[in-house]
Design a protein around this ligand. Sequence first.
Ligand SMILES: [Zn+2]
Length: 104
Amino acid sequence: MEALTIRYAGQADSDACVLCGKSILAAAGPQLFHETTGRIVCRSCGTRQAPHLAALLDLAKVSERAGRVCRHTLIPPMNTLLELARAAEDYNAKATTHLPSPVA
Ligand SMILES: [Zn+2]
């Protein structure tokens, strides 16, 4: 299993995934990177190698979108809340199965 990390990309960029070579057009914002080489990793490789980090990245992106939608509304739209809840549940499920348990 490859060591991946989440980093904030200050600007959009295109590169090839360091693991599979697939071309990626990455938007500015949080992205998955290979820890050793510092190069970008595509979503499918990220989901396969570090599902909990990919789910956390999804949660961050959904949260960012929800923040934009809800900024000027008193009551957030139901579909936005459901999308946020689904991303949080997905992260929780993957984090509990893929992270090492704490040492007692
Ligand atoms: Zn890849």
